[in-house]
Design a protein around this ligand. Structure first.
Ligand SMILES: [Zn+2]
Length: 120
């Protein structure tokens, strides 16, 4: 665990108190200090939702990976793969990557990689 946590606990008890009071939704001991600090930095008042528009899960039962990384975009990797947004994004990446490919390049390889890309 991070030194931030230790430092806050041992050297800044008032800061710790302030952090805890600032995020009442995270009162449960389950939530890490990183998660609390992340909420304060980003001004969160509620648990973020999974970014798959067809999914209603929130990150209620999770802590952030780190203050910098925050929450994952999706509640699970399979949910991320099923998200229409992910599919859309993958398609756009393909178009960006292969849409302007030089015509001098082998047409066959180009089509093959495009196909694999779109099937994903
Ligand atoms: Zn989800």
């Amino acid at each position: 665990m991070s030194t931030i946590n230790k430092q806050i606990k041992s050297k800044h008890p008032y800061l710790k108190q302030w952090i805890i009071q600032s995020v009442p939704s995270l009162i449960d001991k389950f939530y890490s200090m990183q998660t609390k600090i992340y909420w304060i930095i980003h001004g969160l008042v509620d648990f973020p939702k999974c970014q798959n528009p067809n999914c209603s899960n929130t990150f209620k039962n999770r802590n952030v990976g780190s203050i910098l990384k925050g929450y994952p975009q999706h509640c699970s990797s399979s949910c991320g793969l099923n998200s229409p947004l992910t599919k859309e994004r993958a398609k756009n990446t393909c178009i960006e990557r292969y849409g302007t490919i030089s015509p001098a390049q082998n047409e066959d390889i180009k089509n093959k990689s495009k196909k694999t890309c779109l099937e994903r």
